[in-house]
Design a protein. Sequence first.
Length: 121
Amino acid sequence: MRSVLLVAAVALALGGCASPSSEMGAPPSESAAASSAPASPSSAASVSGPAAITVSGQVVDGVEAGCVLLKTPDKTYLLLGGDRAALQAGKQVTVTGRPTSDLMTTCQQGTPFQVSSVQGG
C-alpha cells in the first residue's frame, strides 16, 4: 500500500511540471488542453493493464521486512494484497491477479503481482 501511495505522490509531483506556461499565468496551449481531455473508451481499455492470470507456487519471505513472494518453477512474484493469513511462508498456494511490472516497490525482488484471490494455504 505504501508503494502505491509513493507512486501516486511522484505522479502528482511530476504532473505540476508538465505545463510551465500555466505557472506564468498564460492561457494553456491547445496541446495542453487536449492532453487534459478525458480518455476515449478505446484508449482507456489499453491502459487497464494485463489480463488476470493464475499462478501456483510456494510462498517465501522476501529479504525486506513485510515482503511476501511466490516462487513458481519459472518466475518469482512479489505478492501485493491478498489474504495474508493464507500467504504464509512455506505454504503452497494458487493466486489469481495481475502482474504489474511497471510498479516500483521497496521489496526489490520479484515481479509485482496484485492479488485478487488466494486458494490453498
